[in-house]
Design a protein around this ligand. Structure first.
Ligand code: HEC
Length: 120
């Protein structure tokens, strides 16, 4: 089920209210690669290749939409824990940009305010 907060965030995203960084550049702030390595790689693999019952993040349909990826990290699902209380908005944004921009090839980056909007 898609929450109204998520729908709102997705429409804001679609309206291009967010910074579109050039492909390959990382916005300043928390280190998404390091945060991914510490929080996500133990289950999803260092390169997001997936591990046992933990799905691949490369080519993941959830990772392809930034709002969905933020929601997945905040709330978790199934055997994946929720990170809402563990990571701040800037940290989640950095992880999302790493997963989408580095593990996948998205060019559009998000920032902490996008995470805050979904967190509500
Ligand atoms: C304890 C292991 C574990 C950790 C840590 C973990 N995940 Fe997951 N993740 C899972 C499992 C298991 C699923 C499948 C959940 C389900 O079936 O609902 C999942 C699902 C996902 C999905 C959906 C994939 C798809 O295409 O369906 C994404 C995206 C994701 N995780 C990203 C992350 C990110 C980013 C982090 C770090 C902030 C992270 N996960 C941390 C275990 C984990």
């Amino acid at each position: 089920m898609i929450s109204s907060r998520l729908r709102l965030a997705m429409s804001v995203f679609a309206a291009c209210a967010l910074t579109a960084a050039a492909a390959g550049s990382q916005p300043a702030g928390p280190d998404g690669a390091a945060l991914f390595a510490a929080n996500c790689a133990p289950c999803h693999g260092a390169d997001g290749e997936g591990r046992q019952r933990n799905p691949r993040l490369v080519g993941s349909p959830v990772a392809s939409a930034p709002g969905n990826l933020v929601f997945q990290i905040l709330e978790g699902s199934g055997a994946m824990p929720r990170f809402a209380a563990l990571l701040d908005d800037g940290g989640i944004a950095a992880i999302v940009n790493f997963v989408r921009g580095t593990l996948n090839d998205a060019a559009d980056m998000i920032d902490a305010s996008f995470v805050a909007l979904i967190r509500g």
